[in-house]
Every structure is written in C-alpha cells, then in structure tokens.
Unconditional design. Structure first.
Length: 180
C-alpha cells in the first residue's frame, strides 16, 4: 500500500480516510456485472435544453428527479414542449410547437431569472429562433459561477447584445451566427 501523504497530528487519520475512499484495482481479474450510473444534474440540464433544437421527439433516460431539473422541465412545458414521463426516470420531449408569445414575454424572462439552469436555453433559442431575451439567471447563491463565458461565446459567433434598461434584460439578435 502506498505511503500516506498527510503528516502531523491528524495525518494518520486523514491518510486512513483517503485510503478508505479509494478503489484499488488489481490486474488479472475479469470484471463482470452491471451498474446504473446516477443521473447528473448539470448534464441533464444541458440535454434538456438541447431538445429545443429539434421538432422530433427526444427520449431521455436516467433523468435525475431533483428540483433544478424538475423546474427546467416545468419551464419547458410552459414554453410549449410536450413532455411525457415514460418511466421512473425516463422522459419523452417534443419541442415541435413552441409558444413564441410566451418565450418573448416578460413572464418567461421572470421565470428564467429565478432558475440558474435557464441560461442553457439561450443557445438553443438562438439556434432555432435567431433571437432571445434574457435576464440574469437566479438560482442558489452557492459559490461563484460565471455566466459571461456563455455570453462571450455567443458574441464570438456573431450575436449582437442590446441591454434594454427599461425591461432589465438583454435582447440578443443572432441572425448571422458563424463559427471561427
């Protein structure tokens, strides 16, 4: 067994905890069996948002049943996405007939501002409608999470941002997106 790397008064206890949290893989043994990976929230939010890019039905499996994911599903339903829970953690989404009036409303912007994951809807909206309107997303206040990387990337593709001070939103025009 490898020698621990923590020293001092509590070094032995910390090293023991680290050893307990490790998988030790020994060669020469055939692996077999099956696992079901836990659904990951951030990846689920990204894939959920991407369903807006197509009018075809999309089936997602192993969707985490947690507040952020459920709130994004609820927002997408209000946007006009047809949803159907087809299994314990499996969903079907169809973004064929979206409600553009709702998507362009201040009600939509307000709901997005209360959900940090809603920033992930921005790219698919621009890809499908060539425009979007966003407020600063809300959500929890844990840690620092930069949103400017989304905005910079979209601007690099040619999108134009306009800050509408009266409404407190950014209006984004993306009629001529081009990769570099």
């Amino acid at each position: 067994m490898a020698q621990g790397f923590c020293h001092g008064q509590y070094g032995h206890a910390i090293n023991r905890l680290i050893q307990m949290a490790q998988f030790i893989i020994e060669g020469g043994h055939k692996l077999h069996g099956a696992i079901t990976p836990q659904g990951a929230k951030n990846e689920a939010l990204e894939v959920l948002s991407a369903t807006l890019l197509t009018t075809e039905p999309v089936i997602m499996r192993n969707v985490p049943d947690i507040l952020d994911v459920n709130n994004l599903i609820s927002l997408m339903q209000k946007m006009g996405v047809k949803t159907e829970k087809i299994g314990e953690r499996d969903w079907r989404f169809e973004a064929k007939d979206l409600d553009k009036d709702f998507i362009e409303s201040m009600d939509f912007v307000s709901r997005c501002s209360a959900l940090r994951g809603s920033i992930l809807l921005l790219g698919p909206q621009l890809g499908r409608f060539h425009k979007a309107c966003v407020a600063k997303p809300g959500g929890d206040k844990i840690g620092r999470r930069r949103l400017d990387t989304h905005f910079i990337g979209i601007q690099e593709l040619g999108a134009k941002f306009h800050h509408n001070e009266e409404k407190g939103v950014y209006e984004i025009d993306a009629h001529k997106l081009r990769g570099k």
